[in-house]
Design a protein. Structure first.
Lengths: 143, 434
C-alpha cells in the first residue's frame, strides 16, 4: 500500500503578487519538477498543492525558505481520457461511502488522465479502487 | 544567594515605611521649591507651599507633572542641580515633538542601580549569574540601567544590546548566560532564530530566567514563553523619566514591587485626577522621593494599573503594581469601543493555534473603522485543508468578539511576515488619519 501513496506538497501562501514566483523559483533552483499543481484560494490566503518528483527535498527547501509547508498523503488515480472516465472513479468511491476532500486532474498526451484525490479514508480508498481494477499511480511513477 | 538585597528596608513594617515616605516627601517638596524655578512657579500657581505638606495625605494638594512639562522645558529646565552635578544624561526619542532629556547625579545612578539590585536579588539573580543585557545601550535607559544593576549584585553583565540575534545566541551558549533582559517580543525572536538553527533554549543553554519589559505583555504570553523556553519570565517596569527600568516582580510573579523608600505611587482616575483606592484600576502617578537631578512630583506616567499594598508572600512589604494593563495613550478606539492591545493579546495567546507574533491594523473605510488582526500560520497549525484554516479564522474572530465586543477581521498570514522587533514591538498599526 505504501508505494501507492503520493506525498503531496501543500503550501500556505498569502494571496498577493509574487508569492507563486518565489515558491517556483525555490523549486527551480533545487531542480524539482512539478508534475501536478493547483491553487485553492480562500480570500486573503490560498493553499498551493503540488505533486513533485522529489517531495521530501521540496518540503525541506520550502521549509528552510520560511514557508508554511506540509506533506499530505494523496492518491494518484489513472483514469481513461474519454467520456465517463471520472464518473467511473466517482462511482467506485461514492458507492463505498468514501468522501473526496478535494481533487484535481490532468490530461496528458497519452489516452490516460491523472486524477489526484485527497479522501477521508485513504487505506479504504486504495482497497476499493484496486478492487475495481483502477490503476493507482505511486511515487515511483511521478519521478 | 541572599534572599533580600536590603532586608531591613525591603521588609520594613508598613507604618514605618509610611513614616520614611512622609519625611522624604516633606524634604522633597522643600527641595524642589528651593532648587527649581519650574516647580516654584507650579506650586505658586496651585496655591500650595511646602509648608502645606505635612503628611502623605497632603500629596493630593500637589499639582501633577506630565511629559509635556519635560518637553516644554527642554532640555534641562526642570533640573534641580547645575550641570556640574550631572554625571549622566539619557534622552528619549521625540516621536511626537521634541525629545525629553533626563539627568542623574552620582547618587541618582546609585539609587537606580540599588532599585534593580533589589529586584534582581528577588528573582534569584546575583553573584555567579551571567546576565545578558539585550536592551538597547545608548540614549535609551534600558541597557545601561540593567547593566549597572547587574554589576551591583555582582553578576557578570554581557552588554550585547539589542540586535545581532545569532551572535546573542552564540554568546548565550559560550558564556553560559543564566538570565537575559530584553523586550518580550525580542526574546520570542531570539527563540525563533535559535530553533531555526537547531538550538533549544531549554536544552542547549543555561538560561533560567528573563527580565522582560519596555512593552506591555500579557499573562498568557508569559505562560507560553515559559513553556516553550523553560525560562522563568519576569516583568520589569520603569520609564526614563523616573530613571529607567527600576522595578521587577519577585519569584512569586504576583505584581511588581515598587520601592516605597524611593518612590511614592498613587493611582488616579485619568479623567478627574482623583485618587483611587487600592485595588481599583487607574492611571499610575509617581513621585520620586530621592532623585536629585530631576525629581518628579506626581508624574503621570500614563500606564494603567492597580495598586496592591498587601505584603507579598516573599516577605517584602512595599506596595506592588499589578501587571501594566496598557497605557492611556496606546488605547485605540475602534467604532467607539476602547481596545487595549494587551486585551487582544490575552485573547490570542489563549488560542493554542495562534503563534506569538500578531499585529492589529486599524483602518477607516468610508465612515467606519475596521479592525484587522493578523495572525501567522505556523507549520503546527497548517493542515492543508482550507476548511480547517477558515475554522481557525472563525475561532479567533469569535473569541475577539466575545472579549472586545467588536467584530474584527482575522487575516491569516505567512510566518515571518509580521515584522520582528529588536526593541519595542509595534503591535498596532493605525492607518486612520485622525
Amino acid at each position: 500500500m505504501e508505494n501507492k501513496l503520493i506525498k503531496q506538497i501543500s503550501i500556505f501562501a498569502e494571496n498577493k503578487p509574487g508569492r507563486l514566483e518565489e515558491i517556483t523559483e525555490r523549486l527551480k533552483t533545487a531542480d524539482i519538477n512539478i508534475r501536478a499543481f493547483t491553487i485553492a484560494e480562500a480570500g486573503d490566503f490560498g493553499v498551493l498543492r503540488m505533486v513533485v518528483d522529489k517531495p521530501d527535498k521540496a518540503h525541506d527547501v520550502l521549509h528552510d525558505a520560511g514557508f508554511t509547508v506540509s506533506e499530505t498523503e494523496v492518491l494518484g488515480v489513472e483514469i481513461s481520457d474519454s467520456p465517463g472516465g471520472l464518473h467511473e472513479i466517482a462511482t467506485v468511491l461514492g458507492s463505498n461511502n468514501i468522501n473526496v476532500d478535494y481533487a484535481y486532474a490532468f490530461a496528458t498526451a497519452t489516452e490516460k488522465a491523472l486524477l489526484i484525490i485527497r479522501v477521508d479514508n485513504i487505506s479504504n480508498a486504495i482497497n476499493v479502487l484496486q478492487g475495481a481494477s483502477v490503476a493507482l499511480i505511486g511515487l515511483d511513477d511521478v519521478k | 544567594m541572599p534572599e533580600y538585597w536590603d532586608p531591613l528596608i525591603e521588609r520594613m513594617p508598613a507604618d514605618e515605611l509610611k513614616k520614611v515616605q512622609e519625611d522624604k516627601l516633606k524634604n522633597l517638596v522643600r527641595y524642589v521649591y528651593d532648587h527649581s524655578p519650574f516647580y516654584r512657579k507650579r506650586f505658586d500657581e496651585a496655591g500650595v507651599s511646602p509648608d502645606d505638606i505635612q503628611s502623605l495625605k497632603d500629596v493630593k494638594k500637589l499639582p501633577f507633572t506630565v511629559k509635556q512639562d519635560l518637553r516644554d522645558t527642554y532640555p534641562t529646565g526642570m533640573f534641580c542641580v547645575p550641570q556640574s552635578m550631572v554625571v549622566r544624561y539619557h534622552a528619549s526619542s521625540g516621536t511626537t515633538g521634541k525629545p525629553t532629556v533626563v539627568g542623574y547625579t552620582e547618587n541618582d545612578v546609585k539609587e537606580w542601580s540599588t532599585s534593580l539590585a533589589r529586584g534582581l536579588t528577588s528573582i534569584g539573580v546575583g553573584r555567579g549569574d551571567v546576565v545578558q543585557v539585550g536592551y538597547g545601550y545608548g540614549l535609551f535607559t534600558g541597557g545601561l540601567g540593567l547593566h549597572y544593576g547587574t554589576e551591583m549584585v555582582g553578576a557578570s553583565a554581557i552588554p550585547t544590546s539589542s540586535g545581532n540575534t545569532e551572535r546573542q545566541i552564540e554568546l548565550m551558549q559560550d558564556l553560559g548566560s543564566t538570565a537575559i533582559a530584553c523586550t518580550p517580543s525580542y526574546f520570542l525572536h531570539i527563540n525563533e532564530v535559535a530553533n531555526k538553527n537547531g538550538i533549544s533554549i531549554k536544552d542547549d543553554t543555561n538560561l533560567k530566567c528573563g527580565i522582560f519589559g519596555a512593552e506591555p505583555w500579557s499573562e498568557e504570553m508569559r505562560r507560553r514563553m515559559e513553556e516553550q523556553t523553560g525560562v522563568k519570565a519576569y516583568d520589569i517596569f520603569g520609564t526614563s523619566e523616573i530613571s529607567g527600568p527600576l522595578f521587577t516582580e519577585c519569584t512569586y510573579q504576583d505584581g511588581i514591587h515598587i520601592w516605597a523608600d524611593q518612590f511614592l505611587i498613587e493611582v488616579i482616575d485619568p479623567k478627574t485626577g482623583e485618587q483611587l483606592p487600592d485595588g481599583e484600576r487607574g492611571e499610575l502617578v509617581v513621585t520620586t522621593l530621592v532623585k536629585e537631578a530631576l525629581p518628579l512630583i506626581r508624574y503621570r506616567i500614563g500606564d494603567l494599573t492597580i495598586i496592591n499594598s498587601e505584603p507579598c508572600k516573599c516577605g517584602r512589604t512595599h506596595p506592588r503594581i499589578m501587571r501594566i494593563l496598557g497605557r492611556t495613550d496606546d488605547m485605540i478606539i475602534v467604532r467607539g469601543i476602547n481596545v487595549f492591545p494587551g486585551q487582544v493579546e490575552s485573547v490570542l495567546m489563549d488560542i493554542p493555534e495562534v503563534a506569538e507574533h500578531y499585529q492589529l491594523i486599524v483602518e477607516r473605510e468610508g465612515e467606519l473603522d475596521s479592525l484587522t488582526v493578523q495572525v501567522e500560520v505556523t507549520k503546527d497549525v497548517f493542515s492543508d485543508k482550507i476548511s480547517d484554516l477558515m475554522k481557525l479564522e472563525k475561532k479567533v474572530g469569535k473569541a475577539l468578539h466575545t472579549v472586545l465586543n467588536i467584530t474584527g477581521k482575522v487575516e491569516l498570514v505567512e510566518p515571518g511576515t509580521i515584522p520582528r522587533s529588536m526593541g519595542k514591538a509595534q503591535r498596532v498599526i493605525d492607518k486612520r488619519n485622525i
